[in-house]
Ligand binder design. Sequence first.
Ligand SMILES: Nc1ncnc2c1ncn2[C@@H]1O[C@H](COP(=O)(O)OP(=O)(O)OP(=O)(O)O)[C@@H](O)[C@H]1O
Length: 243
Amino acid sequence: MPDPTGAAVALALKDVRAGYGGPDVLKGVSLEVPRGCIVTVVGPNGHGKSTLLRTVSGLTRLRGGRILALGAEIQDHAAHRRAAAGIAHVPQGDLLFPDMTVLENLRMGAYLERDAAQEKRRLDEVFALLPRLAERRTQVAASLSGGERRMVGIGRGLMAGGQVLMLDEPSLGLAPLVIEQIYEVIARLREQGRTILLVEENPARVAELSDVMHLFDDGEIVWSGAPDDLMNREELLATYLGG
Ligand SMILES: Nc1ncnc2c1ncn2[C@@H]1O[C@H](COP(=O)(O)OP(=O)(O)OP(=O)(O)O)[C@@H](O)[C@H]1O
């Protein structure tokens, strides 16, 4: 998606609070995703990382704070308007349409795109990045392997043509070899200069890929910095992630 604003920060969260009826799950989260960077949020499961992404994409209601996409406030917009503003969310798990083919699932990602040539260009990009999906384009999603389904999910996110791709634990539930393949795909997205907000439980898995890492615990960012710094902070990793 072309960006007429030239903004250096693709996505910014300012003191974001959110929850589900009880106490706040997000307790005032601020972070920035600069263009062309991979920013990673790592932390134990159940502490609100998915809620963070869901709040950005408008699936969980914001209780306070601001969310800016390319400098424009989007926190009051419905989810489809946030998608149109360039926020693409690849949710946890696969959430594909099982009876639809790979191609049909991918095209669902471009449902807001009215320009057929643009959609075709994105599809070519997705197939260049994920050639296995091109081979299986007529296969129904239910018949794919777990890793292939995850790749369709990522491809569907890319089909939206957003400025920011948000990936919620893309490695979850996959075998180690398949996890490697998924992170190779993300490394290629990095080489392409894509802007990514990545959520992951295991910092070692994503340190090499990330420009900035945020350590997340109980709804708050408790540490931010360079991946190497985090990986050298043994006491921090032990305290929040059990070593
Ligand atoms: N739809 C919902 N309704 C009520 N509570 C919810 C809902 N979704 C999540 N929660 C609660 O919010 C808290 C944070 O959950 P969230 O899924 O955001 O954490 P997470 O860090 O992404 O962990 P995981 O990777 O296991 O999903 C948990 O206590 C969870 O039970």
